[in-house]
Design a protein around this ligand. Structure first.
Ligand SMILES: Cc1cc2nc3c(=O)[nH]c(=O)nc-3n(C[C@H](O)[C@H](O)[C@H](O)COP(=O)(O)O)c2cc1C
Length: 182
């Protein structure tokens, strides 16, 4: 099994990364091959809402006019068996890099060609509220909505907060192991 983590965290050893890495560690121990993309290090612009209707080439062709890393990441998604989307919770919501990426992924997947190899793929979300600890459930709702409207098969959403992170890390490691075995 090939697992791809797409993370909206900028800190590779921060709380969001600790949670997501635990799932990958558990899966790797059970034989999965894990790979990750940190969105803040990638070139991903926000949607330009191209025409007066708000739609552009994405709806007609499943491609975006912006020349950035979206096609590269979509290629990596197509190669994976399981996707993990992890984001720190900002204002009870997705991080800006995760928002920009998932918004554009969803648009290009409106078209059958753009969704090929992506629609129906199993995805898990992890939202980590690392400050006061509030907003992870709301962030899960947002992430679940955008992933589902992309056509992904949302298998689970896992909220975590600073106060329970050490417990969630252990749960996620066991979860990753089970997923790779299943
Ligand atoms: C703009 C902004 C808004 C944030 N909003 C929340 C929040 O609503 N709830 C919360 O618990 N933490 C909040 N945080 C803290 C983040 O969830 C996160 O834990 C912190 O930025 C460290 O991220 P990382 O260790 O996962 O990389 C916020 C941080 C930023 C920068």
């Amino acid at each position: 099994m090939q697992i791809l983590l797409i993370s909206g965290a900028r800190n590779p050893s921060g709380q969001t990364s600790q949670a997501a890495d635990a799932l990958l560690r558990g899966a790797s121990a059970a034989g999965a091959v894990a790979d990750k993309i940190l969105l803040p290090t990638m070139h991903i612009e926000r949607c330009r809402q191209c025409e007066d209707s708000g739609w552009g080439r994405c709806r007609a062709e499943g491609k975006c006019i912006i020349d950035d890393d979206l096609p590269l990441i979509k290629g990596r998604i197509r190669e994976a068996d399981l996707l993990v989307f992890a984001t720190p919770v900002y204002y009870g919501e997705l991080s800006e890099s995760m928002r920009a990426f998932t918004d554009r992924l969803r648009r290009t997947c409106t078209h059958e060609g753009g969704a090929a190899g992506i629609k129906g793929k199993r995805a898990i979300g992890i939202c980590v509220a690392g400050g006061g600890g509030g907003g992870a459930p709301n962030c899960c709702v947002s992430l679940e909505r955008v992933l589902a409207s992309t056509g992904l098969d949302v298998f689970d959403m896992v909220p975590a907060r600073r106060q329970n992170l050490s417990f969630k890390v252990q749960l996620l490691e066991a979860y990753g192991h089970l997923l790779a075995k299943a």
